[in-house]
Design a protein. Structure first.
Length: 348
């Protein structure tokens, strides 16, 4: 096959732009060859189940899926009945970037709450946590939070516990969209379990692609109630991989030798380096706390397009000039310094 891209190219558009980590590719190669049972009845998926119990605690279950959207939809469907609704932030990925899949495919009404930093609180949840028994209102039966948030901020274990305690007191379950859970854990210096099971989370969409996998995400549940029906929903939502051994092998590579932590730590460190350098430039304003691998910044309008032409990135809010700069597991200090140097030159 002829290579169709420049393997040295790097952007700040998304951690989805990054390629696969070499250790992940090696794991897929090691899982190749011979005939192995399909649809999860393979030794790699069985071993992954054992590893998940080690990472998240006895009784935790993991169901690999194909996409993050599919993980979120299936996980939420398993938590709420057809008449149930899910409370989320207005910036939550399930609301802004899933193409309406939770509502159109999952049949789940989303009840949104505005937040200043992407983070829900018990008090904000209470704004939508009412109306039980009212047949005119979708029943708020679950909460979903994003970790790290779409604004790059991070929930601490105490903040998560406050949310789960309040939600459970209302009879609501809590789902965590963990597409960048590894970045949050690396930022706080805590294990994955501290931000999930130990914090009272009921169901988790565990990200892999943004942290170096080729493809594949997973739904992790911590009780039989949270997992009820998930084995059927995964197939109904077109998320059941036939050659699941390759998805599972990638997650095994992520957990072995703490690859998830090494990759996330690198991305976070580069975001911190980038933010520190940008903060020293005139006319540049950082708009959110940099707590994971995202930097949100307002740039002078005249430099945005020339800078984007060299270091591709996305607008976040065109009305204010805010853009998002994402770092990945393969972002280097040289990449960061190059962007800063080009921006400094454009600023004159």
């Amino acid at each position: 096959m002829t290579r169709l891209h420049d393997p040295s190219a790097h952007t700040f558009a998304s951690d989805n732009y990054a390629g696969a980590h070499p250790e992940v590719l090696q794991a897929m190669t090691d899982a190749n060859g011979g005939h192995v049972a399909s649809y999860g009845a393979d030794p790699y998926t069985r071993r992954l189940g054992e590893v998940v119990a080690e990472v998240f605690g006895e009784g935790a279950s993991l169901d690999p899926v194909l996409t993050g959207t599919g993980a979120n939809v299936a996980a939420l469907q398993a938590l709420v009945p057809r008449w149930g609704a899910v409370v989320c932030a207005t910036t939550a990925h399930v609301y802004t970037d899933e193409g309406g899949a939770p509502e159109r495919l999952g049949g789940i009404k989303l009840l949104t709450v505005p937040t200043p930093d992407g983070k829900l609180t018990p008090e904000l949840i209470d704004r939508q946590a009412y109306g039980w028994g009212d047949q005119q209102r979708p029943q708020p039966l679950a909460v979903t939070i994003t970790q790290s948030t779409e604004l790059g901020t991070v929930y601490t274990p105490d903040e998560l516990r406050a949310i789960t305690d309040r939600s459970h007191a209302h009879g609501m379950t809590v789902h965590l969209d963990g597409a960048r859970l590894a970045n949050a854990a690396a930022s706080l210096g805590v294990p994955l379990r501290a931000l999930t099971r130990d914090a009272g989370i009921d169901s988790l969409s565990l990200g892999g692609t943004k942290n170096g996998l080729v493809l594949g995400e997973s739904v992790v549940t911590f009780s039989e109630e949270a997992r009820a029906g998930l084995v059927f929903l995964r197939k109904m939502d077109a998320q059941l991989a036939s050659k699941m051994r390759f998805t599972s092998a990638q997650f095994l590579a992520m957990f072995e030798d703490d690859l998830w932590l090494r990759s996330a730590t690198r991305a976070n460190e580069m975001a911190t380096r980038l933010a520190a350098a940008l903060a020293e430039l005139p006319g540049v304003t950082i708009t959110q706390q940099v707590e994971a691998n995202a930097v949100f910044v307002v740039l002078p309008v005249e430099v945005v397009e020339p800078l984007r032409a060299v270091h591709h990135f996305y607008d976040w809010d065109r009305t204010t000039g805010e853009v998002r700069l994402m770092c990945s597991f393969d972002t280097t200090a040289e990449h960061v310094d190059s962007l800063v140097a080009d921006l400094r030159a454009l600023l004159g």
